[in-house]
Design a protein around this ligand. Structure first.
Ligand SMILES: O=C(CO)COP(=O)(O)O
Length: 245
């Protein structure tokens, strides 16, 4: 039985009011999936305190490639763990594109995160240009292979987020998403068969209440990584309850 998981990625959005509103909404919600919220770092402690009695975990949106030292503005994986995070998003396409993060750097971050006891949520996905050139699987496999050679599969989640579907309102069709998810699972199996069958694989990219159920019904889709819709309590709860239980 694989973990069903819905992760909220607030990106650079939200405030203390959203922390309160989301926690109140989730407190009275019924959801068979595990729920993780990744707010901007200043809200992690407040969210962790507010969710202590709930079955909700907290995660970072990124961590440093360094453990400590003179790196102004950075946040170490161990610091995230110390304030109660259980997860950290790594390799998000916005980090890759806007902050020039490459596969080598992301692999190092995954190692540090796992050493700190965090589950790394490795994000992979192709651009529209790469998809149109028929390179989707090559791109995704290259992003995975950089990390999978030296990874703790017990602390790994993979999120497939086609770049062209992020924040655009354009979602991969359930068939497109399933095809890539199945290919990811097969590829992971070439590294570790047992881990591949247990790995939680999430879809991300314009997931909304209207399309969540059909996406999550696909064989190899175990939940979602939600951006825009995770900022709205009603929408986020509807997505959480769309996960197959
Ligand atoms: O990037 C995403 C989650 O990490 C997806 O964002 P949207 O749900 O806003 O498309």
């Amino acid at each position: 039985m694989r973990q069903s998981l819905v992760i909220a990625n607030w990106k650079l959005n939200g405030n203390l009011k959203l922390v309160d509103d989301m926690v109140s909404a989730l407190a009275s919600a019924r959801c068979s999936a595990d729920v993780v919220i990744c707010p901007p770092a200043p809200y992690l402690a407040a969210l962790e305190t507010a969710t202590q009695r709930l079955n909700i975990e907290v995660g970072g949106q990124n961590c440093s490639v360094y453990s400590n030292g003179a790196y102004t503005g950075e946040i170490a994986a161990e610091m995230l763990a110390e304030v109660g995070c259980k997860y950290v998003l790594l390799g998000h396409s916005e980090r890759r594109a806007l902050f020039a993060e490459d596969d080598t750097l992301i692999a190092k971050k995954v190692q540090l995160a796992q050493q700190a006891g965090l589950t790394a949520v490795l994000c992979v996905g192709e651009t529209l240009q790469q998809r149109e050139a028929g390179k989707t699987l090559d791109v995704v496999k290259a992003q995975l292979s950089a990390v999978l050679n030296d990874v703790d599969f017990n602390r790994l989640v993979v999120a497939y987020e086609p770049v062209w579907a992020i924040g655009t309102g354009e979602t991969a069709t359930p068939e497109q998403a399933q095809e890539v998810h199945a290919a990811i699972r097969q590829y992971v199996a070439t590294f570790n068969t047992d881990a591949a069958s247990k790995l939680a694989l999430l879809y991300g990219g314009s997931v909304k209440p209207e399309n969540a159920e059909i996406l999550f019904a696909q064989d190899d889709i175990d939940g979602g990584l939600i951006g825009g819709a995770s900022l709205n309590t009603d929408q986020f709860l509807a997505i959480c309850s769309a996960v197959k239980g």
